[in-house]
Design a protein around this ligand. Structure first.
Ligand SMILES: Cc1cc2nc3c(=O)[nH]c(=O)nc-3n(C[C@H](O)[C@H](O)[C@H](O)COP(=O)(O)OP(=O)(O)OC[C@H]3O[C@@H](n4cnc5c(N)ncnc54)[C@H](O)[C@@H]3O)c2cc1C
Length: 351
């Protein structure tokens, strides 16, 4: 506590997506006082769910796979608590949006949240919270700086925070913006080393439009509720009712990377109209009760670094992690967060 009763933190984690929450788990286990800051209203980041009418739609990550032991342990705990479930062993595939679709189970489990994709991050947030970490939402960090001993975070509409170390889990271009705002890209003494800056600057992402459609009756999507399209303007289409999370039939339509890049700045209504027309074979005779379009600027990394995290500055330590490090997707982000949290926990224990 400070003299005026404010809680003091050792570490701040920027981002309450899966990477940030996994890093927090390790930092809290190392006995550190941790605060997680996220600009959004809830936790989960790109593991995102929205409600439209009485439909529930995952509109970022659609499912996750489990390969490594670290992530398997987390998923087992969440499954035992009834927060995640096995969805299926593979989805139907089609060459293009017109079909025809071919069932393509490969025996490898695809997982979903029990009621929504946000269930796993919410489970982790509750767990770290119970362990003493603070998870603060609607807290947008606008600059990251150092004074040689501490890292100083500027937070929109709130007092700044000074901590011994920071984990940054935002998409990398956003992390670089935070460093630039704090002068860390130009300070030759206390700034980010040229090699780390060069590596971070190579990371790139594809954008993705997600169109959400709440329907008045069942769609034409076959069980188990997801179709992967190999080419064309739509890359994925899911029925959230067949998936088991929505009381009402509701489609999530993901545009391909090429469509999303080309149309990124077009009026949202026009983009939504085009995607809805393209998805018509799967909407069938159903009427759209309500719709919404989400534009993900940094949806999935196209360049992934070969390290699980990057140490941007060593003293005081600032470490970057997330799905652009060591492996994309939900599991890659979780594994990266766990590794970054362990490293920083060890570094601060020795300091
Ligand atoms: C459309 C789409 C489909 C996908 N499909 C799949 C899939 O089917 N399977 C799969 O495994 N993966 C999928 N992914 C990828 C997966 O969602 C991500 O790899 C993973 O969720 C990334 O987690 P993260 O913690 O690294 O980053 P994020 O989830 O992006 O978390 C970063 C957090 O930082 C916060 N933040 C950003 N800037 C600030 C700031 N200035 N101050 C405070 N907080 C800030 C954000 O609000 C966010 O919560 C998909 C992603 C998208 C967008």
């Amino acid at each position: 506590m400070t003299a005026d009763g404010e809680r003091r933190f050792d570490v701040a984690v920027i981002g309450a997506g899966i990477a940030g929450l996994c890093a927090t788990r390790e930092l809290a286990a190392a006995g550190l006082e941790v605060i997680v800051l996220d600009k959004a209203r809830g936790v989960g980041g790109r593991m995102a769910t929205r409600r439209l009418a009485d439909a529930v739609l995952d509109h970022g990550a659609q499912f996750f796979t489990v390969r490594g032991a670290d992530f398997a342990g987390l998923v087992e705990a969440a499954a035992a608590a009834g927060r995640v479930a096995r969805w299926c062993d593979g989805f139907s595939r089609a060459a293009g949006v017109e079909g025809p679709v071919v069932p393509a189970a490969d025996g490898h489990a695809r997982w979903r949240g029990m009621q929504a994709m946000t269930d796993l991050p919410k489970f982790l947030a509750a767990e770290v919270n119970a362990g003493g970490a603070e998870v603060r939402t609607q807290a947008r960090v606008v600059g990251v700086a150092t004074d040689g001993e501490r890292v100083r975070l500027e937070i929109e509409d709130a007092a700044p925070l000074a901590v011994r170390g920071v984990v940054v889990t935002t998409p990398v271009p956003q992390a670089l913006d935070l460093f630039a705002a704090g002068g860390l890209l130009t300070d030759p003494a206390g700034g980010i080393a040229a090699e780390a800056r060069r590596r971070l600057a190579t990371v790139a992402y594809d954008p993705c439009f997600a169109l959400m459609l709440a329907l008045d009756r069942p769609s034409c999507v076959p069980a188990p509720g997801g179709i992967q399209f190999e080419s064309g303007p739509i890359s994925w289409l899911a029925d959230n009712h067949l998936k088991g999370i929505s009381p009402r039939p509701a489609l999530t339509v993901h545009a391909s990377a090429e469509f999303s890049r080309t149309r990124f700045d077009d009026p949202p209504d026009e983009v939504a109209r085009t995607l809805r027309e393209l998805a018509a074979p799967w909407i069938g005779s159903a009427a759209v009760v309500e719709q919404s379009l989400q534009r993900w600027k940094f949806a999935t990394p196209t360049v992934v670094l070969d390290a699980p995290f990057v140490v941007a500055t060593a003293a005081p330590p600032i470490v970057c992690c997330g799905d652009a490090f060591a492996g994309p997707k939900v599991e890659g982000a979780a594994t990266s967060g766990l590794a970054a949290g362990r490293w920083l926990g060890g570094a601060l224990a020795c300091a």
